[in-house]
Design a protein around this ligand. Structure first.
Ligand code: C2E
Ligand code: MG
Ligand code: MG
Length: 463
């Protein structure tokens, strides 16, 4: 039988390290011993009608610490975290290392439920104090998931599962927060798993298709390029918007495969249009930051171009500011490799991210795509600060010699205002919604289609 003697304490060095029950680095119990402790603790609190809390906590982005300071310092940080946790908890609490950056805590034999929160607040406060890594002070971002017995009822496995669901929930909320388990998390999780399963099937069954939205020259009505936008042709629900499934593809890592398909399919279709004798256009492909951060992203682009025979001049990748800002030095290198191939680079949803001028200058980019939120009613007061923001972006683009695309242009008035500010390329429902391959082929064949819309716009503005 396991006693409540603090076997996890780093001071009790006589415990058997290096066995499967203890972590080699911190000497804390590993998952299997943690579960044994939990089993015993649960039986004791049941017998004495006390309260018990299971806490799962996870240090965010530990891999970045490893990257920046080296694995040795990363290991030291984990040991320090373990030490700090031991210091912040009572002797009767159990602490374990559950995985790479994950720790488990059993708060034991508590009199009343409210005490759990008090203890947790104290622990979280202590964990927010800086840690010293390679002579630098860093503050860790830690997420916590908590379940409390007897409020939450269940077996040892269930309580442990509840704490980990609550941790997932904290991470999905952006991280660096704590969440108590509630039964809806179970429902949410099974819904998520179901959807993840459906998406995997969709990928296998080829249920994704591409739509294309034209980018139009505001002065002539010529189509200057198009953006490829993914759609899920769901067997029962019909067309499903990417806003509904891209986040889950990203969380599950499936975006790498799906994104690669988008890239290749965009190149393939664009080459096909060119082979049909249509005016060559540049296709823009959205790239998720998960995809961009894969070490082989540049090679994947090169391979897509080679396999489809599309010239690099007719490909553009759309990246967001936030994707580029988290490891600027490395990202600049990757961007230069992409540029060297001859592929163009756009910043998508521009204005919603960091917009750091000094970094923008360093990125080898071609185009800023002004986010739709700044375009709405840009021409009048109901658009709030939009006119000022768009004016500033236009000035910036002139000084950095960048092209600008206005996204989400829906009215003649918005178009006229943007054109007057010097924005030459327009993408929005005013000219066209995203179109299926067949529809997009037709409007490419009909050189008057966009010109007629532009003529209508002129008539509307004149009248
Ligand atoms: P985005 O890249 O900023 O794409 C523009 C979005 O704005 C598209 O939504 C487009 O349909 C919509 N839009 C364009 N003009 C107008 C307009 O005048 N009015 C309104 N109300 N909307 C307009 P969509 O296709 O639903 O895509 C949403 C987002 O999903 C995209 O935003 C992009 O972030 C993501 N996405 C789409 N396809 C892909 C893809 O293949 N890969 C990745 N990673 N993300 C994608
Ligand atoms: Mg885009
Ligand atoms: Mg956008």
């Amino acid at each position: 039988m396991i006693s409540f003697i603090r076997q996890n304490s780093l001071a009790t060095a006589e415990v058997k390290f290096g066995d499967k029950l203890h972590d080699y680095l911190t000497h804390l119990p590993t998952h299997s011993l943690f579960m044994e402790h939990l089993d015993y603790a649960l039986s004791m609190v049941k017998r004495h009608e006390k309260v018990l809390a299971v806490v799962n906590l996870d240090i965010e982005k530990l891999s970045e610490v490893n990257q920046q300071y080296g694995y040795k310092n990363g290991d030291t940080l984990i040991t320090e975290t373990a030490n700090r946790l031991v210091d912040l908890t009572r002797d009767s609490d159990i602490i374990a290392r559950l995985g790479g950056s994950g720790f488990g805590l059993i708060m034991n034999f508590i009199e009343r439920g409210e005490e759990v929160d008090k203890a947790l607040q104290r622990i979280m406060k202590g964990m927010r104090l800086p840690f010293s890594v390679a002579g630098e002070n860093i503050i860790l971002k830690i997420s916590y998931g908590i379940c409390v017995y007897p409020t939450d009822q269940g077996s040892v496995d269930e309580l442990s599962h509840y704490a980990s669901l609550a941790l997932d929930n904290a991470k999905q909320a952006g991280g660096n927060v704590h969440r108590y388990y509630n039964s809806e998390m179970n429902v949410d999780n099974s819904k998520r798993l179901r959807k993840e399963y459906d998406l995997r099937k969709a990928l296998e069954n080829g249920e994704f298709v591409l739509y294309f939205q034209p980018k139009v020259d505001a002065a002539t009505g010529n189509i200057k390029g198009m953006e490829a936008l993914i759609r899920w042709l769901h067997p029962e629900r019909g067309i499903v918007s990417p806003l509904e499934f891209i986040p889950l593809l990203e969380e599950s890592g499936m975006i790498v495969e799906a994104g690669d398909w988008v890239l290749r399919e965009s190149c393939r279709l664009n080459k096909l249009w060119q082979d049909q004798g249509l005016e060559p256009l540049r296709v823009s492909v959205n790239v998720s930051s998960v995809q961009f951060k894969q070490g082989d992203f540049v090679e994947r682009i090169a391979l897509a171009l080679k396999d489809t025979g599309l010239s690099a001049d007719y490909l553009d990748v759309e990246l967001t500011e936030s994707c580029l800002m988290d490891d600027v030095t490395k990202n600049i290198d990757v961007l230069y490799e992409i540029k060297k191939m001859g592929v163009a680079i756009s910043i998508d949803d521009f204005g919603t991210g960091y917009s750091s001028l000094s970094y923008l200058k360093k990125f080898p980019i071609d185009t800023l795509k002004i986010d739709r939120s700044f375009i709405t009613n840009v021409q009048d007061r109901s658009g709030g600060d939009n006119a000022a923001i768009v004016t500033a972006i236009m000035a910036l683009s002139h000084s950095l010699r960048l092209d600008v695309v206005a996204e989400g242009v829906e009215t003649a008035q918005e178009l006229a205002y943007l054109h007057a500010l010097g924005c030459k390329t327009i993408q929005g429902f005013l000219f066209s919604k995203p179109l299926s391959v067949d529809e997009f082929t037709k409007i490419q064949q009909d050189s008057m289609h966009m010109k007629n819309i532009l003529e209508q716009v002129r008539i509307e503005l004149a009248g």
